[in-house]
Structure formats: structure tokens, C-alpha cells
Design a protein around this ligand. Structure first.
Ligand code: ADP
Length: 225
């Protein structure tokens, strides 16, 4: 459809923009790294740990840049047999790191075998979980479900929250690259665009149910393996 073509063109434009910025940005980071290392050698105690923090921050900035780059230039996928149920369990420690104490985690996990790239599905899951947690600043319940339909032809992943929800205008635009309501410096607007891209790449479907004040539920269905 025309909308999807537009979406693809936007993603391509992001890729080109990212590539041009990434090169210069990496040069800046190399300078930050170099000087912080030199400084670190001169310092002791707490000050030395500050230098370590700078080095660590610049290393995660390097990671961010390469993740941004991979949006435009998808890295080769390694498609394997995956069980969404096991994957949710595997990323449990990561999810626990994102989920703050005031958020309850509710799991209903059944086998859900698919063929997909592990990193992609992890990314998809973590993007949805991050959004769900962001939507519950005052606490709530994060629900993760996996399973299969009776005919075992579709595998299902549900990520649901009891958070702020979305109005019609937000529901309409939430998959658009760079669309965010999170305000300056907080959201990139790339999370759901990435999720959407991954689901489409896997020949899946994504369904969104959300109402302001009533929470949000994403249901992803993928061809079962
Ligand atoms: P970002 O998280 O950087 O804003 P996303 O593409 O992940 O970018 O999300 C786009 C927008 O969709 C968010 O800014 C928010 O308005 C809305 N959104 C996404 N997930 C949720 C959710 N679980 N609950 C409420 N709103 C959401």
C-alpha cells in the first residue's frame, strides 16, 4: 500500500541520515575515549571512577550509534527455531532491569515456536516492555503472554500494561518513525517503528488495543514453526 511504501522510504531516509551522522559522531567519541583514558591514568580514587564512568558512557554511545545504523542497514539475520516462551524467560533478567519495583509482572507462558532471528525478537520484546513500563509511572501490571492457536499455525505474543493508554491520534501515528509523545530527549519515536518493521519482516501481524486511562495491549501473531 501507499502507506507502507511511505514507511519504507522514511526508514531508508533514516538509514542514510544515520550513516552520515554516525561517522562524525564516532570521531567525536574516539576523542572523548582517548582523553578520558589519559585523564584516568592521572587520577586516583573517586576521581578515577568518574573517568571510568565517562569511558563507560562513551562505550554505550558507540553501541547506540551502531544500533541506529542497523535500522537503515539491517545486519544479516540468523533465522533459527525459537520458542517465544523460552525467549521471554531468557530475557527475564533484562525485563527485571527495566521493570521498576512499582510494576507487577504477570506471566502466562505456553510454548510458541517460531522461526526468527533471536536478536530481532528480543529487540521487539524489549521495545514493547520499555514502552509499557514508561506508560505506568504510578505503577501497574505488565502482562506477558505467549502461546499458539489450536491449529498450531500461529504463535502469539502479548505485551499488555495497565498504564496511561493512547488516544485515537496516538494510536493512528504510533508506528511512524520519530513519532513520540515522550518529549524532548526522552523518546526517539523509533521503538514501535522498529517493532513494526520486525513483525512485517516475519510475515506477522500486530494488533493494538488501547484507550486513555485503560492501558494498552499489543498482540503479535507470527507464523508458527
Ligand atoms: P518512544 O517510546 O521513543 O516515544 P515508540 O515508537 O516506542 O517511541 O512509541 C511511540 C509513542 O507511542 C510513544 O511516545 C507513546 O505515545 C505511544 N506508546 C507506545 N507504547 C505505549 C504504551 N504501552 N502505552 C501508552 N502509549 C504508548
Amino acid at each position: 500500500s501507499e502507506g507502507r511504501l511511505l514507511q519504507a522510504q522514511k526508514m531508508e531516509a533514516i538509514g542514510r541520515l544515520a550513516a552520515s551522522v554516525a561517522h562524525d559522531f564516532n570521531n567525536v567519541l574516539t576523542a572523548v575515549d582517548g582523553y578520558a583514558s589519559l585523564l584516568r591514568e592521572e587520577l586516583t580514587g573517586e576521581q578515577r571512577r568518574f573517568a571510568d564512568d565517562i569511558l563507560e558512557a562513551s562505550s554505550s554511545a558507540h553501541d547506540l550509534v551502531s544500533r541506529l545504523l542497523s535500522l537503515g542497514r539491517p545486519c544479516p539475520l540468523e533465522v533459527v527455531d525459537l520458542d517465544l516462551q523460552l525467549l521471554v524467560r531468557e530475557v527475564q533478567p533484562l525485563v527485571a532491569g527495566i521493570v521498576r519495583p512499582h510494576v507487577d509482572l504477570s506471566l502466562e507462558l505456553a510454548p510458541a515456536a517460531v522461526r526468527a532471528d533471536r536478536t530481532q525478537v528480543q529487540q521487539l520484546l524489549l521495545n514493547l516492555v520499555t514502552n509499557a513500563v514508561d506508560a505506568m509511572p504510578a505503577g501497574g501490571t505488565l502482562r506477558l503472554e505467549t502461546g499458539c492457536d489450536r491449529a498450531r499455525s500461529r504463535a502469539r505474543l502479548v505485551v499488555a500494561d495497565t498504564g496511561v493508554g493512547m488516544d485515537a491520534a496516538t494510536r493512528e501515528r504510533c508506528y511512524e518513525p520519530f513519532f513520540t509523545t515522550k518529549g524532548e530527549g526522552r523518546g526517539t519515536g523509533l521503538g514501535l517503528a522498529t517493532v513494526y518493521g520486525i513483525v512485517m519482516g516475519l510475515d506477522g501481524t500486530i494488533e493494538l488495543e488501547s484507550e486513555p486511562g485503560a492501558g494498552t495491549r499489543f498482540t503479535i501473531e507470527l507464523p508458527a514453526a
